[in-house]
Design a protein around this ligand. Structure first.
Ligand code: HEC
Ligand code: HEC
Length: 326
């Protein structure tokens, strides 16, 4: 079904970013074991603010080729060397279902793939480019699991300044010293090593809520040129934490809603402090109707904990004082 969000995202995928005229890329390996996982040197990485994927358990690994390193001198847009590889395993009820794979090729292009595990958990094989919309997995919601298409990978991963979403200064704040010790990270502003970067927020609830929105929404809703047609900025900035958080709050609090869900009138606003039920943001987060749900991809079940967090932030007394249009 082509919902409004999908139409915009497909348009984004169809614009060739860099592919024209470049040599054909080597074919993707058929098996996960051939991507180097288990053989190459890897470091497990855990983002502070994870993406909600219907409760799936996740593990992630990073590989940087020998003698190379990530350039962190722009703290909001790390530059990864060719040969960088990243894996993310999704498990349902403790059993691995798919492992997603991102690789930076020698010519600088990125590629995305997913590998689906066999029932014994011995080997995972390359999923088709169109994904697997309905893989039977007994413990998944309604007994099925969706492996995204490669167009869905790029819809999320190529809407941000850098297509690696969870390996950056804010998300790996506590792992920065380990990356530097390994020789995989250079150019990081020393202040970020001395004090791990954090979101500038008025309260712990606000910090957690903004972190949640950064991880789950910021890859599409940011101001690095993402062609999503709403003035909503949910990505935080490490280079300018205070200005970045203010930009996010300005785009939310009292901001007029351009795409109102059913039931909202012409004066609808994205966030109305103290009134979660009147905040378009919360309705879109809660809904799983294909025309309304946010994020539009990668989930079929609302995130109960995420909803509770964003609700308590909207209800927080400190936020009500910030409302520009009471
Ligand atoms: C709904 C948006 C979305 C879709 C669709 C999506 N991803 Fe991601 N992915 C993310 C976010 C956000 C993160 C970082 C947060 C986390 O890992 O919890 C991430 C993390 C990853 C990572 C770890 C490295 C990194 O970028 O942090 C890999 C590998 C990955 N994704 C591969 C894929 C592949 C391959 C596909 C398609 C088969 C895909 N993803 C589809 C949003 C998405
Ligand atoms: C894969 C890209 C993508 C992701 C991820 C995403 N969005 Fe969106 N969002 C869109 C697009 C495209 C639109 C405009 C079309 C529409 O309204 O469906 C939109 C519209 C919205 C709107 C309507 C704004 C208005 O002015 O009415 C809200 C609110 C919103 N998103 C919130 C979120 C939240 C909260 C998250 C994370 C939980 C999120 N989005 C994640 C692509 C995305």
């Amino acid at each position: 079904m082509f919902t409004a969000a999908r139409r915009f995202l497909l348009a984004l995928v169809l614009i060739p970013a860099s592919g024209i005229g470049l040599a054909a890329e080597p074919p993707l390996p058929e098996r996960l074991s051939e991507t180097g996982l288990g053989e190459l040197e890897t470091m497990p990485v855990t983002p502070r603010y994870p993406l909600w994927s219907d409760g799936a358990g996740k593990r992630r690994w990073l590989h940087v080729p020998a003698g190379q390193s990530i350039d962190a001198s722009q703290p909001d847009a790390w530059q990864f060397p060719p040969g960088t590889r990243l894996w993310k395993e999704f498990a349902v009820a403790g059993r691995p279902v798919e492992t997603r794979y991102i690789e930076r090729l020698a010519d600088g292009r990125w590629r995305f793939a997913s590998y689906v595990w066999d029932a014994e958990g011995r080997e995972a094989r390359l999923a088709p480019e169109r994904g697997l919309p309905s893989l039977p997995v007994a413990a998944a919601p309604e007994g099925r699991y969706e492996v995204p298409s490669r167009a869905d990978c790029t819809a999320c991963h190529e809407g941000a300044a850098v297509p690696v979403l969870g390996v950056g200064a804010l998300q790996l704040a506590d792992q920065l010293p380990a990356l530097v010790r390994r020789g995989w990270l250079r150019g990081l502003p020393p202040a970020l090593l001395a004090a791990p970067p954090r979101i500038a927020a008025a309260s712990p609830v606000e910090e957690a809520a903004l972190g949640y929105l950064h991880a789950n929404c910021g890859h599409c809703h940011n101001d690095s040129g993402a062609p999503v047609p709403v003035r909503l900025v949910l990505a935080q900035s490490v280079a300018d934490p205070v200005g970045g958080a203010q930009r996010v709050l300005r785009s939310l609090i009292g901001a007029p809603s351009r795409y109102r869900p059913p039931g909202f009138g012409p004066g609808a606003r994205v966030v109305v402090p103290g009134r979660p039920q009147d905040s378009v943001l919360l309705t879109r987060l809660q809904s799983r109707h294909p025309n309304v749900q946010m994020p539009p991809l990668g989930t079929r079940v609302p995130d109960v904990d995420g909803l509770a967090l964003v609700t308590s932030w909207i209800n927080h007394p400190l936020l009500q004082r910030k409302d520009p249009q009471p």
